[in-house]
Write a protein that binds this ligand. Structure first.
Ligand SMILES: *Cc1c(COP(=O)(O)O)cnc(C)c1O
Length: 396
């Protein structure tokens, strides 16, 4: 934990002291030590399209992006982002003033919160949270107000009355994530419309993390919040190449919003990384222009992986919440006579050689998430088959 100086004042400041080390570090170390299959952290175990890797090599060799790229991002990428938003969603943004390229969605979230939140402002966010949200709200001096997604008929649902009740006179913004990590929930058009109406009525800003926009399955549909009436002018939409193109190490993310909001977010972003990922920005510009068939095949492939892991987890005895989006499955451990997901995940590598993440770490009130654990299925089929077969030993 935190070291002490001679005056016994903790080194880590009060805003961050509660957060400690992320669970991913602990669980990945455990995976290494035990040789377990790591279904904890959500990164693919195969790289994205070969031609996009080659595009990065070409950019690097040709000296494109090896020095500081422009602050807002390279023009080719900004144009590709706006073309993608227009083509898929009919949302039009000016590539010069309404787009900002960031060091992944992580920096986009951080910069947006640091730019838009005053100390004391309340930020309403869907719980369980992606792990950086709570820390970034704290760094911005804001107060987080969780609205919990609760299990209901096989998925985790948002209670709109609870959401409305969470908004006070001190609420500055709503932080939304759909498709939602870790639950796999994809907010429906009706839910999104209600969120939009609330934001307009209470004059709130909205940050929407849509990094899994291309990972929706079956009948689920990803609808950007910015497409609803009154929303474009109050919404900061966040995207990322990491999840969509399986290059999580490249850290190319972006926001699209109004010129005023982009300028505000850039004010914070310029003092975080200033710029990042030069040559990769050129490669992702090409990636965003890939034909629809790429996105369809990617989705079909991930859907098959979801089925494989979900089936394995069911056979092992878990209750499975089949995700409508993302590449995570949340499972309930109670049918296995377990109730503490943190203890369960700490023991799972020894018991059967698989690593998962306890959802409790994504909750303010850990008890609410205690019986749920998260498995990533963005892994090779052979790895998922082996994991499924190892997990079966839990059933006996
Ligand atoms: C992975 C993830 C991010 C971070 O994306 P990067 O582009 O890798 O920084 C942000 N939000 C959610 C919900 C994620 O799952």
């Amino acid at each position: 934990m935190t070291g002490m100086t001679s005056s016994a004042r903790p080194l880590l400041n009060r805003r961050l002291a509660a957060f400690g080390t992320t669970i991913f570090a602990e669980m990945s170390a455990l995976a290494l030590r035990t040789g377990a299959i790591n279904l904890g952290q959500g990164f693919p175990d195969t790289d994205g399209p070969e031609e996009i890797r080659e595009a990065a090599v070409r950019a690097l060799r040709e000296g494109r992006g090896n020095q500081y790229p422009p602050g807002p991002g390279v023009p080719e990428l900004r144009a590709a982002i706006t073309a993608h938003q227009e083509r898929r969603y009919g949302l039009s943004y000016d590539p010069d003033s309404e787009v900002l390229v960031t060091a992944g969605a992580t920096e986009a979230v951080a910069a947006a919160l640091l730019a838009l939140v005053e100390p004391g402002d309340e930020v309403v966010a869907l719980e369980p949270y992606y792990d950086s949200y709570a820390a970034c709200i704290a760094m911005a001096g804001g107060t987080r107000v969780p609205v919990t997604l609760r299990p209901h008929e096989g998925s985790f649902r948002l209670d709109l009355d609870e959401l409305r009740a969470a908004v006070t006179d001190r609420t500055r913004l709503l932080l939304v994530n759909t498709p939602h990590n870790p639950t796999g929930t994809v907010l429906t058009r009706a839910e999104l419309r209600a969120i939009a109406e609330l934001a307009v009525e209470r004059d709130l800003l909205v940050i929407t993390d849509e990094v899994y926009e291309h990972l929706v399955f079956d009948a689920a549909e990803h609808v950007p919040l910015a497409t609803f009436p009154g929303m474009r002018e109050r919404t900061v939409s966040i995207g990322s190449a990491g999840k969509t193109f399986s290059f999580t190490g490249w850290k190319v993310g972006w926001i699209t919003s109004t010129a005023e909001l982009v300028t505000a977010v850039r004010s914070a972003k310029q003092f975080l990384t200033y710029v990042a990922s030069g040559p990769f920005q050129y490669a992702i510009a090409e990636a965003l222009r890939m034909p629809d068939s790429y996105f369809e095949e990617f989705r079909a492939d991930m859907r098959a992986k979801r089925e494989l892991l979900a089936g394995g987890l069911e056979q092992a005895g878990f209750t499975v919440f089949r995700p409508a989006g993302t590449y995570f499955i949340t499972a309930d451990i109670r049918p296995l006579d377990e109730s503490d997901g943190i203890a369960f995940c700490r023991s799972l590598p020894e018991r059967c050689g698989v690593v998962a993440i306890p959802n409790a770490v994504f909750y303010d009130h850990r008890q609410q998430g205690a019986p749920f654990v998260r498995f990533a299925f963005c892994k090779r089929t052979s790895v998922l088959e082996e994991a499924a077969s190892r997990l079966k030993s839990l059933a006996t």
